[in-house]
Design a protein around this ligand. Sequence first.
Ligand code: IMP
Ligand code: MG
Length: 174
Amino acid sequence: MSERVRVMLSEEEVDRRIQEIGEQISKDYEGRQVHLVCVLKGGSFFMCELAKRITVPVSLDFMSVSSYGSETKSSGVVRIVKDLDEPLKDKDVLVVEDIVDSGRTLSYLMEMLKDRGPKSLRLCTLLDKPDRRVVDVNVDYTGFQIPDEFVVGYGLDYDQKYRNLPYIGVVELD
Ligand code: IMP
Ligand code: MG
């Protein structure tokens, strides 16, 4: 069986949208410093591209979480694999994710981060699959709402592959 990737969102479309979100964030955080929290590994490509387009001062931190449960269904109980280096106390924190699917991971993570006392806490995701939502998550910035298809590229993987694709695609088996 061979795998092919069908393009869902081209590199140009993704770049243009990240530029728009970057401009919006720069306006919303005018006069402040925004502290970007990247959720590894998926969020890393998006965060780098986004950070380059934000014109207010930016600081960065990274965390890695794994969700208990099967490969295809997250349980919503999140284990921290790599924690942040710095405290969030009194910072304007913007969490940067690749995708919100069921919402289980993000709702758990956002609650956990809120307990660390940031001045503000918002969420930015490149992709959102609203049809799949099981748990409510308040998303402040969304790149694209997409249909319920398994996507790869721009940080998203299928069996750890395809994260490096500069566009969003759907894996097709034939
Ligand atoms: P949630 O807890 O169901 O919202 O799971 C979100 C996580 O599942 C994301 O951070 C991704 O790592 C993974 N995920 C969900 N949908 C996709 C997809 O279409 N492609 C690749 N990974 C996905
Ligand atoms: Mg992720």
